[in-house]
Design a protein around this ligand. Structure first.
Ligand code: PLP
Length: 308
């Protein structure tokens, strides 16, 4: 029988469905658990981050850990591990999974309050993470032919209420908007803010190529690591990215639209709200960025090998 919570145990066979770290020890993804009383579950009182491993290398791990540490500080959460400790656990969880291409998620929840209490100050924060096979929001095949996006009429939760810069599980606006999108044969969705400005979608940032430059929302969205990577790649190639206000009209008249996420990279949007974007095929700039993005995964400036 496999020992579930022995941090010193050396796992011989990889957990190819996924490995996890929870309650202070390593286990298979099936054995990982969280209390039904954890405020992360009952109140979405938590923050998380997702980094990926591609061909045995973490991609921009530092940027993900920076964001995770900043988000925890904003929410008064403490994972109980410093940066070096978090890195050790993330390397070890991937190593134990044996996965070469992996979606690696880390979460810190408020935890359980003391019995009979609802005082948040009595909670002991709970850190867990896991490595599972790489997750694609849109598959490589879909990315070659293009993807349909729906513009939702559900407004994004206002940033004044839940700050989207702190990566969070407040996803009911996204999830309901996604069902709307599915009803219109679209796989992606984008939400506006209360003023009508475009924000982001269910796990991805958005860029539109309009009036000779890429335009992406400056506010109202997570500062995605893939978003920043696209900004870096475009800028290094001499192109222009403006972070500003993106309207639904800008989106509709754009010659190329793409979304960015750790779970899929740079993904072309070829149909928007039932209308083709450009000629309805992935555009040349998007294809080039897609290729640059994936080839940058071998660059030691942006990637770190998973420790053996
Ligand atoms: N926006 C939201 C709401 C997200 O949840 C995510 C990632 O999960 C993103 C954007 C993209 O961020 P990243 O590129 O860091 O994966």
């Amino acid at each position: 029988m496999t020992t579930t919570h022995d941090a010193t145990e050396v796992q011989m066979a990889p957990w190819t469905n996924g490995a996890a770290y929870s309650d202070g020890g390593f286990c298979s993804i099936e054995q990982a658990k969280i209390s039904v009383l954890d405020m992360g579950l009952t109140r979405s009182d938590c923050t998380y981050d997702v980094v990926h491993v591609w061909n045995g290398r973490f991609f921009r791990l530092d940027a993900h850990i920076d964001r995770f540490l900043e988000s925890m500080a904003r929410l008064r959460l403490d994972a109980g591990h410093d940066r070096a400790g978090l890195e050790d656990i993330l390397h070890e969880v991937v190593r134990r999974s044996g996965l070469r291409d992996s979606y690696v998620s880390m979460t810190c929840t408020r935890g359980r309050p003391a019995p009979g209490s609802r005082d948040l100050r009595t909670c002991r924060n709970n850190f867990y993470c896991f490595a599972v096979p790489f997750i694609w929001i849109t598959t490589p095949e879909q990315q070659r032919t293009g993807v349909h996006m729906w513009i939702s009429d559900i407004p994004r939760i206002p940033p004044e209420s839940v700050d989207p810069v702190v990566k969070n599980y407040h996803w009911l606006d996204f999830d309901m908007a996604l069902f709307d999108a599915y009803d219109h044969d679209a796989q992606l969705v984008v939400l506006g803010d209360l003023s009508g400005a475009v924000t982001e979608g269910a796990g991805y940032n958005i860029f539109a190529h309009v009036d000779g430059r890429w335009l992406t929302p400056a506010t109202g969205a997570l500062r995605g690591v893939t978003r920043q990577t696209v900004i870096d790649l475009v800028t290094a190639a001499g192109g222009i990215v403006e972070q500003g206000r993106l309207s639904a009209d800008d989106l509709r008249r754009a010659n190329e639209v793409l979304v960015t996420s750790t779970a899929g990279g740079v993904m072309p949007v070829t149909t928007l709200h039932g209308q083709p974007v450009g000629d309805g095929m992935p555009g040349p700039r998007t294809r080039e960025l897609h290729d640059l993005y994936w080839s940058s995964h071998e660059d030691p400036a942006w990637s770190t090998p998973v420790r053996a």
